[in-house]
Ligand binder design. Structure first.
Ligand SMILES: NC(=O)c1ccc[n+]([C@@H]2O[C@H](COP(=O)([O-])OP(=O)(O)OC[C@H]3O[C@@H](n4cnc5c(N)ncnc54)[C@H](O)[C@@H]3O)[C@@H](O)[C@H]2O)c1
Ligand SMILES: [Zn+2]
Length: 668
């Protein structure tokens, strides 16, 4: 509640507090309070400023959009102010706005996607700049990072000069898979998506499963023939931009009813949504209403409350991941939340525990959004003492350590039983080797009995078959399923075996990239690691950053890893990739191609590179002494210079078209 006795003091306090949370949210991507709590602070400040106009200053966070600007990026002055949205959690407030704006008007109703805002600037039909919202007036140029999202058209079918606004996000499933690959470092898809577009190295961004939905277009000159939101959507569809599902256009009268049906769906959405966006359909009306310094008067965000429920921490234990990461978990008095019973909620790490002041006996608020693991969000009644993580691994007593600059503690003992167990669970899981019948429970039993201590033991498990049949809960049928699935897993190729053994930084995507570049077996990788220019060769591969290269080369020289793989090969597992759809025409065998510039017939230019790999060639992302050909088009830069210097064969688009014709390769 506003403290009436000294508004100036409270206003100053609130501004400082809001600024702090803005920075945590937009710049660090690690918010410490919920959106609702944040919005309450802003509302309190707004009402104080309204009651005390003399306290209003232009720099107040109520008059500015929260800024994401970071010093390491070049800046871009937006062509039109990139604003925020005024939001409400309350249907009465929304109705009042509808009445004021026109209940009989048409409105668009869309999901409010929880990611990072982005502007795509096109000049004469070519994508020139991708820019963050920044301060609303200027933004950070993150073009190369955003261009890694393949669904963004690089060229339009008409030479329009426009800016397209959208939201970059990640689905829950992609987030979980990615996060699993990186040892569970990231808190939620929104923070990961927003952090990803601000990475230093586009190659690191390319590995992240980012997506985009666009929702608006700004025109540099007159928007001839475009008078409704509907026309904008038609244009975006025609130019093949990705659009969010379920968007609809309805009258103000039926809006609240329609919102109800969106609400029913919201917890089942595959990507994070934090509300709905309602916008006037008529663009002329929009323009006559105009905007405040912060948000348009013709749109509102209707936000959903994050589901929060109170319970008590009964105990705190730990998950020890396959990478050794220790995650403290609160065992809570069971509560039902978003249709499931919650008994555990994550406490992430010691820093998080300290910030919350969490401990055994504390009363806490638990949240669940989408499919993410529930988390402890807030302490409402403090514990007797704040919890402190043990110094040693609870499973093997190894001293816990921090790796690099991470906030997490790790057990570095490779033979730690909990790590081993989780490696086995990961190996057998559906997305990996898909060994049906071997779920967490079964693996745990075999592990405790000492029958399966490590991955290779799975393939000699049949010596315990009779004993297994004697166990409770293992019938003929279920045991047959297990052994059939183990046998069948031997058919899985390198695309699965390599990521399944759980080497850090080496997940499915990296594996796929390695295979595409000709490293389609363990043997080839090991040979590569022994060669002098291993690092140079890996660096030339697009999509593999320095951190991955480091990790990969370490694994490929590590004795235990080498032993593990050779044992698995002896047991009949495949550590080479099956041939994929390759053409009989293989004119590019033995050649290594690089590409630069843009092309008329190949958009995106990967289309050309795919032809080369399909017909036997290798593609590389940088020109080196090993590159044999450079395919170049307008806009070619330093690669062309370097290739000329090194005597690489230069191939223009028309040369390439002739070559394809000569070889009888059709255009896709
Ligand atoms: N928890 C915290 O500490 C903290 C701190 C700062 C901000 N926040 C949250 O962020 C909000 C303010 O952020 P904001 O200024 O980005 O505004 P916002 O998130 O409330 O709304 C504007 C944004 O919505 C996004 N959006 C998604 N789908 C859209 C669609 N279909 N149409 C239009 N826009 C769409 C756009 O990126 C746009 O920038 C606050 O309300 C608060 O909830 C939280
Ligand atoms: Zn341990």
């Amino acid at each position: 509640m506003p403290k009436k006795e000294n508004p100036a003091k409270r206003v100053a306090e609130l501004r400082k507090e809001i600024q702090k949370h803005n920075d945590l949210y937009y710049k660090k991507n690690t918010p410490k309070i919920s959106d609702k709590e944040f919005d309450l602070l802003v509302k309190e400040l707004q009402s104080l400023e309204k009651a005390n106009p003399d306290l209003v200053v232009a720099s107040s966070p109520t008059l500015q959009v929260g800024s994401d600007l970071s010093p390491q990026f070049s800046k871009f002055k937006h062509k039109v102010p990139v604003l925020s949205l005024e939001n409400t959690y309350n249907e009465t407030e929304l109705s009042e706005w509808l009445e004021k704006t026109g209940i009989d008007e048409l409105y668009s109703l869309e999901w409010k996607i929880d990611g990072a805002s982005i502007l795509l600037y096109y000049e004469n039909g070519k994508l020139t700049h991708c820019v963050t919202r920044g301060s609303g007036g200027i933004g950070d140029i993150v073009t190369e990072n955003v261009k890694t999202i393949e669904s963004i058209p690089q060229t339009l079918s008409t030479p329009l000069t426009i800016s397209v606004r959208g939201e970059i996000f990640m689905t829950f499933a992609d987030f979980e898979e990615f996060n699993e690959e990186y040892g569970g470092k990231f808190a939620n898809p929104r923070n990961l998506a927003a952090g990803s577009i601000k990475q230093k190295d586009p190659q690191d961004v390319a590995k992240r499963p980012l997506r985009i939905y666009v929702y608006d277009v700004y025109f540099s000159s007159s928007r001839k023939g475009i008078n409704k939101h509907k026309d904008i959507i038609t244009l975006l569809k025609k130019e093949k931009f990705p659009l969010a599902p379920d968007s609809t256009i309805i009258t103000g009268k039926t809006l609240l009813k329609e919102i109800e049906s969106f609400k029913k769906k919201k917890d089942k959405m595959p990507f994070p949504v934090d509300g709905l966006v309602i916008k006037l359909d008529d663009l002329n009306l929009r323009e006559s209403l105009g905007e405040t310094s912060q948000s348009p008067r013709w749109a509102r965000a209707f936000k959903f409350d994050a589901l929060l429920k109170e319970t008590t921490i009964e105990e705190i234990d730990f998950a020890i991941g396959r990478t050794g990461k220790i995650t403290p978990r609160a065992k809570v008095t069971p509560i039902s939340l978003a249709g499931t019973t919650v008994t555990y909620a994550t406490l992430h790490n010691q820093d998080y525990i300290d910030q919350l002041g969490a401990g055994i006996g504390a009363k806490v608020l638990i949240s669940k959004r989408g499919e993410i693991i529930p988390a402890v969000e807030k302490v409402t009644v403090p514990p007797k003492s704040v919890f402190v993580l043990p110094k040693e691994c609870p499973a093997c007593n190894t001293k816990l350590t921090k790796v690099d600059d991470s906030v997490d503690f790790f057990c570095t003992n490779r033979n730690c039983p909990e790590r081993k167990l989780n490696q086995l669970i990961f190996f057998c899981s559906k997305k990996q080797m898909n060994i049906e019948g071997l779920g967490e429970r079964q693996i745990q039993i075999f592990f405790e009995k000492g029958w399966v201590k490590d991955i290779p033991d799975l393939y000699t498990l049949n010596k315990y078959k009779d004993t297994i049949l004697e166990l409770d809960g293992f019938g003929d049928k279920s045991v047959k399923i297990i052994f059939d699935a183990i046998e069948k897993s031997k058919e899985k190729d390198f695309r699965f075996t390599l990521p399944s053994i759980g080497l850090n930084e080496v997940g499915p995507k990296v594996t796929e990239i390695l295979i595409e570049h000709g490293f389609d077996s363990w043997e080839k990788l090991v040979t590569l690691a022994k060669s002098k220019n291993a690092e140079e060769e890996l660096t030339s591969i697009h999509g593999i950053g320095p951190r991955t290269i480091d990790a990969l080369l370490t694994h490929l020289k590590d004795k235990e890893t080498l032993k593990l793989v050779s044992t698995l090969i002896k047991l009949g597992l495949k550590f080479q990739a099956d041939e994929t759809e390759k053409s009989d025409l293989q004119p590019f065998v033995g050649q290594s191609w690089c590409v630069t510039g843009s092309f008329e017939n190949f958009q995106p230019r990967d289309v050309a590179m795919d032809l080369i790999t399909k017909h036997g060639g290798k593609k590389v992302s940088g020109v080196s002494s090993k590159t044999t050909h450079l395919l170049y088009g307008p806009g070619a830069g330093s690669k062309l210079e370097k290739a000329t210097e090194l005597g690489v064969t230069l191939v223009s688009e028309s040369d390439f078209l002739k070559l394809l014709k000569k070889e009888g390769i059709p255009l896709p």
